[in-house]
Write a protein of this length. Structure first.
Length: 302
């Protein structure tokens, strides 16, 4: 029993009274008497030791503390309602797997393949949420994660799905029209587009291909996501260093073109991980086996 938490009925009554700023309208909404609402709110204030309403003649007005608490209670009640409805909707259907993913991997690689998993395991619903930074499973609602890195997260069980492989300078085909085959020096003179989370990518590419590591390697606009970087390159704004694996559709449809076939190979990759306490759960095991079955046959595996 959590002794510090007021009972749910009291919180629902307070939220309704706060929303209407009226005990009478809250009573009408909840099918209670006005005196019952007054008693519950007074008991809640007594328990908290904080005034939630100012009583001004026949009106009630939220105090600053009451307004803040009402907003927090409303969010919590809405979350409880969503979770309850979701659980009820899943009766007899199966299990839910809450999966945190990096955004471009999700949109460019995982989501197009998820119908295969749905056909294979219709009893498992995979919910996707975007997380771009490392996090603690104990502080989150996620059962598992697919992330980009060099190793499995400490305190988790997981595996490398595949390495990122070749990273190439890509741009709009229109940007290459009329130009002779490019040399590294030519690419260095073009507008360069950067990914915010990889600020040294162009400097590494310059160094790898024998170019002076000058200010051009760090000049140009920065974008938070690969999808944004790809859109900017397709719009003709410059050349972007992108993993071939994440630009396969754009290259196949000729929305992007390889500016120069001089790759930079990344040894980092996409990992699947889950905390020890959920790594043995059947939904995670099923997803892990399915993802592993894709990788050996998929040409993006590097």
């Amino acid at each position: 029993m959590r002794k510090g938490i007021p009972n749910l009925a009291a919180l629902q009554i307070f939220e309704a009274a706060a929303r209407h700023e009226s005990f009478t309208r809250a009573a009408d909404e909840l099918a209670l008497t006005q005196s019952a609402v007054c008693r519950q709110v007074a008991a809640l204030e007594n328990r908290l030791g904080v005034a939630l309403f100012l009583r001004i003649k026949k009106r009630v007005v939220l105090t600053p503390h009451g307004r803040h608490y009402a907003a927090q209670v409303r969010k919590s009640l809405e979350r409880i309602e969503r979770d309850t409805l979701e659980l009820m909707a899943q009766r007899g259907v199966g299990r839910i797997l809450e999966l945190a993913v990096v955004p471009t991997f999700a949109s460019q690689w995982l989501i197009p393949r998820l119908p295969q998993f749905r056909a294979l395991r219709p009893d498992i619903t995979v919910n996707l949420s975007i997380r771009t930074e490392p996090f603690l499973f104990s502080d989150s609602p996620y059962d598992a994660a697919v992330y980009f890195g060099h190793s499995v997260w400490p305190g988790t069980q997981g595996k490398l799905l595949f390495r990122e492989g070749n990273v190439l300078p890509l741009c709009s085909p229109a940007l290459l029209r009329g130009q002779a085959p490019l040399a590294p020096e030519d690419v260095a003179q073009m507008p360069l587009l950067h990914l915010s989370t990889r600020p040294d990518a162009w400097r590494d590419w310059f160094r790898l291909h024998g170019l002076g590591n000058d200010v051009r390697a760090v000049s140009g606009p920065r974008y938070e996501l690969f999808t944004m970087l790809s859109s900017a390159a397709q719009a003709g704004m410059g050349v972007a260093l992108m993993p071939e694996i994440l630009a396969a559709d754009e290259l196949a449809s000729q929305r992007l073109a390889v500016a120069l076939e001089l790759p930079m190979t990344s040894d980092a990759g996409y990992y699947l991980a889950a905390p020890d306490e959920t790594a043995g759960d059947e939904p995670f095991v099923a997803l892990s086996k399915w993802l592993s079955s894709l990788v050996p046959r998929d040409p993006i595996d590097a």
